[in-house]
Write a protein that binds this ligand. Structure first.
Ligand SMILES: *[C@@H]1O[C@H](CO)[C@@H](O)[C@H](O)[C@H]1NC(C)=O
Ligand SMILES: *[C@@H]1O[C@H](CO)[C@@H](O)[C@H](O)[C@H]1NC(C)=O
Ligand SMILES: *[C@@H]1O[C@H](CO)[C@@H](O)[C@H](O)[C@H]1NC(C)=O
Ligand SMILES: *[C@@H]1O[C@H](CO)[C@@H](O)[C@H](O)[C@H]1NC(C)=O
Ligand SMILES: *[C@@H]1O[C@H](CO)[C@@H](O)[C@H](O)[C@H]1NC(C)=O
Length: 231
């Protein structure tokens, strides 16, 4: 009796498009809440002078939580992926023992705040290229995700040139971007805010629910149904 009330009340009160929107949002939130996500930050590239020391940033996030999360860094060396380092993180906050396969590499994230960044000491031109931060979470049926960071190694001379180019390009592009920005800003902000809010809410609900009933019906159903359809 009580369950029926809770389920049908909002359906009766809301207009159809609102109900549909709500269902869609919840589905989206449930789907996104599960996913392991690796992130290299908002700016996925770095231009650095040869000889300097740079950090390749990467963090992971998972609403469900992690257990024995496997991660590695790979360098795309002219088409072949070279492992830079790898390790397994037993659980959140535990500092992993990282195996390093490339010279001048140091693991600096130490898993503080899900941070698995590495440091590249005294970079050479050969160090320039694509670095992939990869993660696989057994707690999410081995879901994997990766993010790519680009390292561009330059001479001091070229840095000035590129800065000028960027300034000119920004001035031209800025005018167009400003116009488009005004048109999109309102809708985009609202959309992002709504999505973030929903995601955070769902994240708390999902993780606490799963933690309590790890093999519960609701958890495994939500796990297995949406994922194959979306991918
Ligand atoms: C960077 O490369 C240039 C050109 O190869 C070289 O002259 C310079 O000494 C290098 N700088 C460092 C710090 O290695
Ligand atoms: C690898 O690099 C060499 C020379 O540096 C180039 O000739 C070759 O085409 C490259 N191979 C790939 C797969 O990019
Ligand atoms: C980086 O270069 C400096 C100076 O050349 C050297 O003292 C240091 O040992 C180098 N670091 C690594 C990790 O190679
Ligand atoms: C990750 O750790 C490094 C080294 O402690 C730090 O410099 C960097 O800001 C951290 N990144 C994030 C996203 O917390
Ligand atoms: C990542 O997951 C996809 C399916 O979700 C799978 O096809 C792929 O082999 C996985 N990659 C690795 C390196 O585990």
């Amino acid at each position: 009796m009580e369950v029926r009330w809770i389920v049908f009340e909002p359906l009766r009160l809301g207009p159809p498009h609102k109900v549909f929107g709500l269902i869609l949002t919840v589905l989206l939130a449930v789907w996104s809440a599960q996913a392991l996500e690796m992130s290299v930050g908002k700016i996925p590239f770095l231009e650095a002078v040869n000889g300097s020391t740079v950090m390749l940033p990467c963090t992971y996030s998972s609403c469900i939580g992690i257990k024995n999360l496997y991660f590695n860094w790979q360098f795309n060396d002219n088409g072949t992926m070279q492992k830079v380092c790898e390790s397994t993180i037993a659980s959140e906050g535990v500092e992993p023992q990282v195996s390093i396969y490339r010279e001048r590499v140091e693991f600096v994230g130490k898993n503080h705040d899900n941070n698995i960044s590495i440091l590249l000491w005294n970079i050479t031109f050969e160090d320039g290229g694509q670095y992939t931060c990869f993660g696989r979470n057994p707690k999410e049926k081995d879901k994997n995700h990766s993010a790519i960071f680009n390292l561009i190694v330059v001479d001091e001379l070229r840095v000035v040139d590129n800065t000028l180019t960027i300034i000119i390009a920004s001035a031209v592009g800025g005018g167009i971007a400003l116009l488009m920005g005004f048109m999109l800003l309102k809708n985009f902000t609202l959309f992002v805010l709504a999505k973030l809010e929903e995601k955070n809410k769902e994240c708390l609900v999902t993780s606490s629910g799963i933690d309590n009933t790890e093999n519960g019906l609701s958890g495994s159903k939500a796990d297995s149904k949406p994922t194959p359809k979306k991918k």
